[in-house]
Each structure stands twice: as C-alpha cells, then as structure tokens.
Ligand binder design. Structure first.
Ligand code: 5GP
Ligand code: ZN
Length: 141
C-alpha cells in the first residue's frame, strides 16, 4: 500500500469507486473520466508502478480478469469492439503510478483513435455510472 496512491486507496476502500469486479488479488472499476461509457480499469490490489514490476503469477490473474471483464463490458454496453490499453511511465502517458489496464468499448464512428488514451473525457449523468456498473456486474454472472 502506497499511502499517496489513489488506486491503493480505491483498493483499500478508502475512497469510493464503481467497482465491477473484485477478488483477493485483482480489482476492476469504472474510470472516472471515461473515453466511452463503460470504460473500466483493472488493477492488481498490490501497488506496482509498471508492468515490468508485476510478478508473473499476479499478471496472469490480472490478465484473466481483463479478459472476463472485457466480455462483460461488451454485453453491458452492447458494443462489439473494444480496446485494451496500458501505459508505463510519464513519457508513455501514465498518470496514475499504480499499474492498470484500460478496457474501453468502441462504437463505429466514436471518433477515438485506436487505443488512444489522450482523449476528451465523457461525463456520466446522475445514476448512469451506477447503472452501467450494475449491467457489467450482471454480465459477469
Ligand atoms: P493513465 O493515464 O495513468 O493510463 O490512466 C489513469 C486513469 O485513471 C485515467 O483514465 C483517469 O480518468 C483515471 N482516474 C484518475 N483518478 C481516478 C479516480 O479517482 N477514480 C477513478 N475511478 N478513475 C480515476
Ligand atoms: Zn497504488
């Protein structure tokens, strides 16, 4: 646990997030400024900065969740396509220094460049994040 890390705080339930999946090693929650609605971040609970620091066994657990949650995001948003993206270090555009995978649904003509993370963020309307979180959770069952 890194005391100044926002994702450690989310993992420790010190600050709220729309959590769509969790187990003993891995957590998945809605990105607060989604590229498209249903944009999820998947993290190991333990604090590592980049992909290279993550032990292989933990990475395997994270990858399984990325796959499982990707399917649920598609079902929940009725999208057919999605990107999985991941940045390591400042120059690569990593803003939160707790390793994470982005999953975001893609729609024809949504204007996002493939895998582009530097994008105008959308805003959830009242109750909308809760509804999408619920749909993703249900799609995981
Ligand atoms: P990066 O640029 O580091 O790959 O992505 C960090 C992501 O974390 C951004 O897409 C940003 O919107 C998201 N983010 C930053 N702070 C918070 C937060 O407090 N809660 C949630 N749910 N997402 C956050
Ligand atoms: Zn952390």
């Amino acid at each position: 646990m890194e005391s100044s890390c926002i994702f450690c705080k989310i993992a420790g339930k010190e600050i709220p997030a729309s959590i769509v999946y969790e187990d003993s090693k891995v957590l998945a929650f809605l990105d607060i400024s989604p590229a498209n609605k249903g944009h999820v971040l998947v993290i190991p609970r333990q604090h590592y900065v980049t992909l290279l620091e993550v032990p292989d066994s933990t990475l395997a657990e994270v990858a399984k969740v990325v796959k499982k949650v990707s399917g649920a995001v598609l079902k929940a948003t009725k999208a057919k396509d999605f990107n999985v993206a991941q940045s390591n270090g400042n120059s690569a555009g990593q803003e939160v220094m707790h390793v994470h995978f982005h999953i975001f649904p893609r729609f024809k003509g949504d204007g996002l460049l493939a895998g582009r993370l530097n994008r105008p963020a959308l805003v959830y309307e009242d109750g909308e994040a809760k509804e999408i979180m619920k749909r993703i959770r249900e799609a995981l069952i």
